[in-house]
Design a protein around this ligand. Structure first.
Ligand code: LLP
Length: 421
């Protein structure tokens, strides 16, 4: 019997017919996300880490459909901004299941969060003495967590390795002191937190173990403060290439337990990508096929404004044609170019597609994490729509932006109510 909840859902596992129907109905470029798969990923995390406090790093995909599914699955929410906190509340997360990890938070974020109903139940994680002072100034006296810079980073690209970046957390050797000062000031110090980076693969596991060991050490150092949890971040990678193997979560969990050592504090993790990456695909239509001496340029209606990851991190996303009768078509080596006037606007190089033709529908894999979230309107290109699947139910989660939305906030000099400077 086929595994009903396999460790990874590959792009080749998606059925083409329903995706073609959805593209016909909603147009392209279009994100399609399978909420059932998000739930399955939550189950696998829960099975691997049965005793841990598991939060979802909301930044990976903030659609209401995903947030409310994870809320109902009993997962907590790890938020990076007031906007993410608000979305989590709107999706039904109770404040006690929300952790706000405030990274150099603007005043407006702290003002908003500290004035929320139920803020006393919500955990705020501070990574600087200044942030501690600023939440105190706003009267916050709810659960507080201290973010630590563990001095060890990991991840799929230098731009997503956070663990050793001075921006994140208080230096490891000052962390215990800040925890004590916070407790002395009357804060309810509930935990310590660190995050190594994003997209941790088998090769980075030793760096992650090192982080976990340091956090275990710190927890013992402040055992007299009785911290409830020790959060070791998220970052579990997923395979983006068909040839890559998924992480063995059970092994990761066992290594984490061993590295953390003896502590009464509960282990807390906060993956983002792992919940949602393989639950999403991006559908796009071929609009131009241009043979050149170097390659065949296949122009598509999705680009760096739709899916930023290839331009920003040289990230690889699998691509597949959803056209019928593929075996009879000749394979062509090509480059998938978006419509944005930037050299970086290429979603895939040296890809092979079966006889790419204008009008073909393509699917781009692992688009559920950091896909729609990082979309922009650069080049005055409206953002795509998002459709959610849940069993046999298909629903529009985010409407397609229109050209008229792009100028909705703009004021021309003549009609402003501005004053002279
Ligand atoms: N916790 C903290 C404090 C984080 O900063 C992040 C991600 C996570 C958890 C979740 O990491 P994950 O499990 O999703 O790897 N845009 C990049 C990823 C940036 C991640 C930033 N922080 C990408 O598309 O690869």
């Amino acid at each position: 019997m086929a595994d009903e909840n396999p460790a990874v859902r590959r792009l080749s596992d998606w059925e083409p017919e329903p995706l073609r129907d959805i593209a016909d109905e909603y147009g392209t470029p279009l994100y399609v996300q399978d909420v059932g798969r998000v739930r399955e990923n939550a189950v696998r995390l829960r099975e691997a880490f049965p005793d841990a406090d598991i939060a979802y790093a909301v930044k990976a995909n903030t659609t209401h459909a995903v947030l409310s599914a994870l809320e109902r699955a009993g997962i907590a929410a790890e938020c990076a901004s007031a906007g993410e906190v608000q979305r989590s509340l709107d999706a039904g997360f109770p404040p006690e299941r929300i952790r706000y990890t405030a990274v150099n938070p603007p005043d407006v974020d702290l003002d908003h969060v500290c004035a929320l109903d139920g803020v006393d139940e919500l955990t705020i994680t501070v990574g600087a003495r200044d942030t501690l002072d600023r939440v105190a100034e706003r009267g916050f006296d709810g659960p507080l967590c201290v973010r630590v810079n563990p001095g060890v980073g990991a991840g799929h690209h230098a731009k997503v390795s956070t663990g050793a970046e001075p921006k994140f957390g208080v230096p490891y050797d000052r962390a215990a002191d800040l925890c004590r000062k916070a407790a002395d000031r009357g804060f309810d110090l509930v935990g310590v937190h660190a995050h190594a980076g994003s997209g941790i693969s088998g090769e980075d596991l030793s760096a992650h173990r090192e982080l976990v060991a340091r956090m275990g050490e710190l927890t013992r150092e402040i055992a007299d403060l009785d911290p409830e949890f020790v959060a070791v971040g998220g970052g579990f990678g997923v395979p983006y290439r068909e040839s890559e193997e998924p992480l063995d979560l059970t092994r990761v969990a066992a290594a984490t337990r061993e590295a953390i050592g003896e502590t009464d504090a509960r282990l807390a993790i906060e993956p983002g990508r792992y919940f949602v990456a393989d639950a999403g695909v991006l559908l796009t239509t071929v609009n131009t096929v241009k043979p050149t001496p170097e390659t065949t340029v296949v122009g598509i209606d999705a680009g760096m404004t739709t899916l930023l990851r290839p331009a920003m991190y040289d990230a690889y996303h699998a691509v597949r044609s959803l056209e019928p009768d593929l075996p009879r078509k000749d394979p062509v080596s090509c480059e998938l170019s978006g419509p944005v006037c930037e050299t970086a606007d290429v979603l895939g190089r040296d890809r092979t597609l079966p006889d790419p033709t204008r009008g073909d529908l393509l699917a781009i894999g692992n688009a559920g994490a950091y896909g729609y979230e990082m979309a922009s309107t650069y080049n005055s290109r409206p953002r795509p729509a998002v459709v959610s699947l849940d069993g046999t139910l298909v629903s529009l989660s985010v409407e397609r932006e229109r050209l008229s939305n792009l100028t909705a906030l703009e004021r021309s000099a003549g009609d402003s109510d501005g004053s002279a400077v």
